[in-house]
Ligand binder design. Structure first.
Ligand SMILES: [Zn+2]
Length: 68
């Protein structure tokens, strides 16, 4: 029986490693496919972007979080 090992295990419970090491949580917008226009304001875009700028992306995420 080693009391030090026991306390280390206690520290790890309830804290999944993925949460501790992930740089940023996955936002709603990151699961969206590019559709050729801004998902928030529908401004035409190229085929690889989902939003025309960061403000639209942030606004879209906020709306998604409040309208679940
Ligand atoms: Zn936009």
């Amino acid at each position: 029986m080693d009391p030090i090992q026991e306390s280390v295990q206690d520290d790890n419970t309830g804290v999944p490693p993925a949460v501790a090491t992930s740089p940023a949580p996955l936002r709603a917008r990151q699961s969206l496919p590019p559709k050729g226009a801004c998902w928030y304001c529908d401004k035409p875009l190229d085929n690889v972007r989902r939003f025309c700028d960061k403000e639209c992306a942030d606004a879209f995420d906020e709306e998604k979080e409040y309208t679940r």
